[in-house]
Design a protein around this ligand. Structure first.
Ligand code: PLA
Length: 420
């Protein structure tokens, strides 16, 4: 090229207009965007009941004592280095995570029929599991409950699965639409994947009873439907790690196969550390070994290998008897505080004479109350009372305290009496 050639401004040079000029502004996330709006509000009485993040009675985020202890041990151990973990993550963490959800004496674990890979919290575990299924499983349709956590359909669609739904919640009874659920699973194609919330269904707080779980299990096994459990709240629903794992263990006890995505965000308060695990329970050890080899091919080009710190905290706690015990106590205290918030809010609405039957507040389970408030009422409460929640009327009970119950009660009372 001659030196005096005139070069016209190319689109990526400083002179051209942006190659991204056509990009439109995307909406905020329906859940995490609530926090963005809350942060912008200067009101001193503002209250964030959007994202499911535990707060103390003082309204502060909580780092568990046992987590601080574990971190101290890790920091003081000068033999620890920052090398890459293997693609599948920390071996101890994986083994202990499988035992935590499946039970210490689980035959599936003892027979080495379970492959567990450390992933980026619950979301990452779901994504890796879904990508694996899209590549290697014969039926690419996944059935998800209506409603469900808003990120589920996006995670599964982007992983390459085709998303269909099954009936779950009945707004008229504010309970489970068990008949609808059974009918929809009955008419699903044989082999389809079914997403099940292991406990504390988000956003409804409505779980099947053990008898209903058993019927779901029988139906799913008879139709060869493949269970994918999302376990984001083990120990948070009832305060007991074992009770909250019953649904999963029921499906593993029959010898059949399933997938489980675990998160330590809520039950160990490790939100931002992004610690979770995907377990695939297989029929036989040799199958599990081959499945694991393929999971590595899913993970390596996605993020190569997972971070070391959070998984080391979890492994330290799970393998030490005393620390494990202390964790169960702290976990129970969090679950109990949430349960007591349910009672306090219910009592306050009753005392206030707020129209409506609010008994669902104390019947629902887990972090959230699905209030039944509509999106206009939610908008009203945000504008007039600076109370932030998702537009479907879900409130995070963990964000509430004895101090803020009266303010929320006033807001709900005004919303149901003034906004149709
Ligand atoms: N599955 C369910 C059912 C969840 O509710 C959440 C988190 C996750 C998975 C993912 O959590 P993790 O990746 O952090 O482990 N749901 C929250 C937060 C608490 C969120 O939306 O990201 C919620 O407010 O619904």
């Amino acid at each position: 090229m001659e030196s005096n050639t005139v070069v016209s401004a190319s689109p990526t040079s400083a002179a051209g207009s942006s190659v991204f000029a056509h990009i439109v502004q995307a909406p905020e996330d329906p859940i995490l965007g609530v926090t963005v709006a809350y942060n912008k509000d200067p009101s001193p009485v503002k209250l964030n009941l959007g994202v499911g993040a535990y707060r103390t009675e003082e309204g502060k985020p909580l780092v568990l004592n046992v987590v601080r202890q574990a971190e101290q041990l890790l920091v003081n151990d000068s033999s620890r280095v920052k090398e890459y973990l293997p693609i599948v993550g920390l071996a101890d963490f994986n083994k202990l995570s499988a035992k935590l959800i499946l039970g210490a004496d689980s035959p599936a674990v003892q027979d080495n029929r379970v492959t567990t890979v450390q992933c980026l919290s619950g979301t990452g575990s779901l994504r890796v599991g879904a990508e694996f299924l899209a590549r290697h499983y014969h039926e690419r349709t996944i059935y998800i409950p209506v409603p469900t956590w808003g990120n589920h359909p996006k995670v599964f669609t982007l992983a390459g699965l085709s998303v269909k739904s099954y009936r779950y919640y009945d707004p008229t009874t504010r309970g489970l639409n068990f008949q609808g659920l059974l009918e929809d699973l009955q008419s699903a194609p044989s082999g389809a994947i079914v997403l099940l919330h292991a406990c504390a269904h988000n956003p409804t707080g409505v779980d099947p009873t053990p008898q209903q779980w058993e019927q779901i299990r029988q139906l799913m096994r008879s139709k060869a439907l493949l269970p994918l459990f999302d376990s984001a709240y083990q120990g948070f629903a009832s305060g007991s790690l074992d009770a909250d794992a019953q649904s999963v263990r029921m499906f593993v006890a029959d010898g059949g196969e399933c997938l489980v995505a675990q998160s330590y965000a809520k039950n160990m308060g490790l939100y931002g550390e992004r610690v979770g695990a995907l377990s695939i329970v297989c029929r036989a050890a040799d199958v599990a070994g081959r499945v694991e080899s393929q999971l590595k091919l899913v993970i390596r080009p996605m993020y190569s290998n997972p971070p070391i710190h959070g998984a080391s905290i979890v492994a330290t706690i799970l393998k030490d008897r005393n620390m494990f015990h202390e964790w169960t106590l702290e976990l129970k205290a969090m679950a109990d505080r949430i349960i007591s918030m349910r009672q306090q809010l219910f009592d306050a609405l009753r005392a206030r004479g707020t129209p409506g039957d609010w008994s669902h507040i104390i019947k629902q389970i887990g972090m959230f109350t699905f209030t039944g408030l509509n999106s206009e009422q939610v908008t009203f409460m945000r504008k007039e009372y600076h109370i932030y929640m998702t537009s479907d009327g879900r409130i995070s009970m963990a964000g509430l305290s004895s101090r803020t119950v009266p303010h929320l009660t006033d807001a709900i009372h005004a919303a149901v009496t003034k906004v149709a």
